[in-house]
Design a protein around this ligand. Structure first.
Ligand SMILES: Cc1ncc(COP(=O)(O)O)c(C=O)c1O
Length: 401
């Protein structure tokens, strides 16, 4: 039974936190000095300075791959990875429907077809069983997304890929430093893409990275990033300007040194949420599979049917308590207008006419998208703030279940 909603700050009650609690990137003197140094050097482009090369080397060493190609953001990293992997017009690429849109639009940018496969209900990552069902003779690749910081089931995915001769692309945007059976994600598939957007576990404001052990793919990725230029004013393939700047790489070098500490803080905050919220009616807390080191980019909770208000109202009530909460992702991508009508809304390519998605196609994704909300674990937040956020969740639960 619902209790008295008037206790909620949303309806005029006293908020749990007097001041708004705001997640934000960690930026210290070190990052500021690093950018200042680049500015003073006047070498702002990666074509002029050496920060980007250094950032690539250090990042590849940290994750454990031979090659790294830094890009302007995570979206361009994904597109570069797919193009370098040779995905071409009409190819089918299997992707999860619960992810940031760029995972699927990177496939469209190669004029290929995103084929959705449903997710696992506990980890929210692509289900190997569902992937198997979607493979056709046109399938060329699988994109796994290590969503919210939890690694996907890589052994099973790699096995499927081996049997069918498919390429595995890892979208590691939300899982920098996460591990699968002791190996860092981004070093397991054939090629991987990272994002260093301002909210990520380490950040450069905007920024991205492609990693691979495959020399041929690495060389192609380098061409794609820089106009397809093999030598000065000599263009071998279709390329873009997807270069990162030296200011971004300088920040990245500093943040990379702090990453382990950042991830430990995020894990500690996740543990506090867990201790504060375990056993609370109405909440299904995130899991960490035995094979996984979760880096909790977000602490994503599923509301159960015991909660008697829609998820969006729940989050509205929570925010009114002056605590941060997000919804990632409110709609399973196959129901978005773009994917409902790829032919009309994307490029008018004949093979998009046959792509039809409808409600009910991906029951786990559709269910999850309606019930999840995320709490923040950012290292700038204090342990006390994490406890306060947890109290706000308990308060809203107490009047909505
Ligand atoms: C899973 C996922 N893939 C891709 C991206 C794209 O990265 P960016 O925003 O740096 O372009 C993001 C992040 O925003 C993401 O969360």
């Amino acid at each position: 039974m619902m209790n008295d909603l008037s206790r909620l700050a949303f309806y005029g009650g006293k908020p749990v936190s007097e001041q708004p609690i705001r997640p934000r990137p960690v930026i210290d003197e070190e990052e500021i000095k690093a950018v200042e140094e680049v500015l003073r050097s006047r070498k702002l482009s990666s074509l002029a300075g050496d920060k980007t090369k250094k950032f690539e080397e250090e990042f590849a060493k940290y994750i454990g791959t031979k090659f790294a190609i830094a890009t302007s953001n995570g979206t361009t990293a994904l597109h570069t990875a797919l193009a370098a992997a040779g995905i071409k017009a009409g190819d089918e690429v299997i992707v999860p429907p619960i992810t940031f849109v760029a995972t699927a639009t990177s496939v469209l940018h190669q004029d290929a077809v995103p084929v959705f496969a449903d997710i696992d209900k506990d980890t929210f990552t692509i289900s190997p069983e569902e992937v198997k069902k979607k493979i056709t003779e046109k399938t060329k690749a699988i994109i796994v997304v290590h969503l919210f910081g939890h690694p996907a089931e890589m052994d099973e995915i790699m096995e499927i890929a081996r049997e069918r001769n498919l390429i595995v692309v890892e979208d590691c945007a939300q899982a920098i430093g996460a591990e699968y059976k002791g190996r860092k994600v981004g070093s397991i598939g054939h090629i991987s893409a990272f994002s260093f957007y301002a909210t990520k576990n380490m950040m450069t404001g905007e920024g991205g990275m492609v990693l691979t052990n495959d020399e041929r793919m690495a060389n192609k990725a380098m061409l794609i990033r820089h106009h397809g230029q093999a030598s000065t004013y000599h263009y071998e393939i279709l390329g873009y300007n997807y270069r990162i700047t030296e200011m971004q790489s300088a920040i990245g070098l500093v943040q990379l040194k702090k990453l382990e500490n950042f991830n430990n803080m995020r894990r500690k905050h996740a543990k506090i949420y867990y201790d504060e919220l375990k056993g609370v009616k109405g909440l299904e807390l995130p899991v960490e599979k035995p094979y996984a080191k979760h880096v909790f980019h977000l602490y994503t909770i599923k509301l159960t049917e015991e909660v008697e208000v829609p998820r969006d109202d729940f989050v509205k009530y929570l925010r009114a308590e002056n605590v941060p909460a997000g919804v990632f992702y409110p709609t399973s991508l196959h129901l978005e207008p773009l994917f409902q009508n790829l032919y009309e809304r994307g490029k008018k390519l004949d093979f998009y006419k046959n792509v039809k998605y409808k409600a009910g196609d991906f029951p786990v994704s559709e269910d999850v998208s309606g019930r999840v909300f995320s709490l923040y674990t950012d290292p700038v937040l204090t342990d006390d703030e994490i406890v306060t956020i947890s109290s706000a969740v308990k308060k809203v639960i107490s009047v909505t279940t």
